[in-house]
Design a protein around this ligand. Sequence first.
Ligand SMILES: Nc1nc2c(ncn2[C@@H]2O[C@H](COP(=O)(O)OP(=O)(O)O)[C@@H](O)[C@H]2O)c(=O)[nH]1
Ligand SMILES: [Mg+2]
Length: 632
Amino acid sequence: MHVVVTAGHVDHGKSALIRTMTGMEPDRWAEERRRGMTIDLGFAWLTMPSGEQLAFVDVPGHERFVTNMLAGAGPAPAVLFVVAADEGWMPQSAEHLAVVSALGIKRGVLAVTKSDLADPAAATADAQARIARSSLGEVPAIAVSSATGVGVPALLSALDELVGSLPQPDPGAPVRVWVDRSFSMTGSGTVATGTLAAGTVHRDDELVITPSMRPVRIRDLQSLGATADAVTGTARVALNLRGIGRDVLHRGMALVQAGRWTLTDLIDVRIDQEPDQGGDATSLGHTTSAVTLHIGSARDIARVRPLGPGIARLSLADPLPLHVGDRLLLRDPGRRGPGGWPSIVGASVLDVSPPPLARRGAAAATARQLSTWPEVPTAANLLARHGLMRASALLAMGVSDHPHPVAGEWLADPDHWRSLGHRLGEVLSGHAAAEPLSAGLPIEAARAALGLPDRRLVTALARPPFRVSCGALQIIKSAGGRSGPDLPERVQAAVRVLRADLGAAPFASPDADRLRKLGLDARSIAAAVRAGELMRISDQVVLAPGADVAAAAVLAGLEQPFTAAEAREALGTTRRTAIPLLEYLDSVGVTDRLADDRRVLRQPPVPPVPPQSPASVELVTAEPLVGGEASS
Ligand SMILES: Nc1nc2c(ncn2[C@@H]2O[C@H](COP(=O)(O)OP(=O)(O)O)[C@@H](O)[C@H]2O)c(=O)[nH]1
Ligand SMILES: [Mg+2]
């Protein structure tokens, strides 16, 4: 099915032409028929020579009802432009053409009506020349008469050719039906009608009503008076909705697929030049007054904040479900265009979730950036602006193609991601310098420091030379193989003394008194352990790194199995050290403790990582076994 909207001055014969072509009455109201004037939208359809169905949305031409005209034209992909041969081009011809241009409608046919009353040549030439300067460009023109039927077959075949050349909308596109009519039917509840521009609706689908976001289910589905299980756009649809009252639904609301649209009251837009109205290209972009905004069947009030040439931020009185790339029509009731009609200008939506303009000069910088964007912004454009976005947010903006996520569903602009990596490095270096005894910067602190919305992003940024260990971020030192932060001079000196003691008696672990005298508190010892300068055997016992290997060598010389007392004697130490050391060796699988409390040597311990190689992850994962210190 195809949908075409009429356009043209009042009384130029739009409704009569629809009536003649379809045999249906587009003026639905008694008042319309009594006054002989279209007030509201009319709907009629026919089967074309090609067998395809063509639905018309007939609009009122009178300027008082231009809002109704916009509601019908908004969602339509093509236009039947009507000019009467006897009157020729008139003010509302110009206004409707401005509307068509602003909406970006690209395809149309010109019908020059009442050709039984006057020679259509002059009106045709004039109208074609004017239309050629609009978004429609060159259009075929057919002289017709609804009184005599002359030209009607030629018009039908021109329409057939027109719709046959329209691009086929994506059947999988997200659904948004702007409600243009709603009524209740006794016994079957509320019905909403509208133009389905793209995508598919099925019976039993759930949609949400904007702006309330209330979910509704499609009980029944009709298109051109016939019940259907599914309808694909472009099409006229009547949706019978379950469980809602008629008073809930109004023209201008939309029925949308959940999660696929952004309900927004703040947007950044590019405002079209206004060549047809001879206006200054940025005239509307310099107003700060309120304008009327139209999209689909919706009408809204928008406050315009100009950001730069042709670029503006609009604050909407009521939120609308929008995508980037959507076409909007703006009318400035305070300005009068040629012919005395409020000036009309088109705009395209660049961002439906624009960041605040906090800094000085942010408006101008934003305008510079946005003016380089294409008509329909891409994921790369939006990411360059937002830095980080959820894939679902991008989808709700109308962009389904996106790069691979950096973490979870987070997408990142490549430059922004690199600079976050640099900033993480700065933050970590700063932290290590300020707190040399700390086990690293907690992930949450790093997240807050970088202003990131999700901790998973911090983890994803922790690629070498950064790493995550026990919920904290550390810098991996490449030279020297030491993984921890540099030890303060005071701690290094104390550790040197301790290592000298242990060199003489490798298993005589220093007692609390000795450690206190050397000024080594729990934090300093933990830092020395992380730096690989000491080895923690238990809470109370520290030895030199490699003490476990040395102990195993000594124990290998004993008759197997051996008792704790035999081990203590061979190691030349006290029970205070021997027992924790044996338990440590049990825990890492070097020794086996038998049922009678004696032990056997199972295997020599893994030798420590040689100092020249980079610190390995194994060292890190072993930390909980040997460490009892809290990370700070
Ligand atoms: N003679 C003649 N009258 C026409 C023709 N088309 C429309 N009319 C008359 O013009 C008047 C306005 O037509 P209508 O379709 O309501 O115009 P609309 O406002 O553009 O919808 C009606 O009285 C029609 O009968 C035509 O081709 N020839
Ligand atoms: Mg009419």
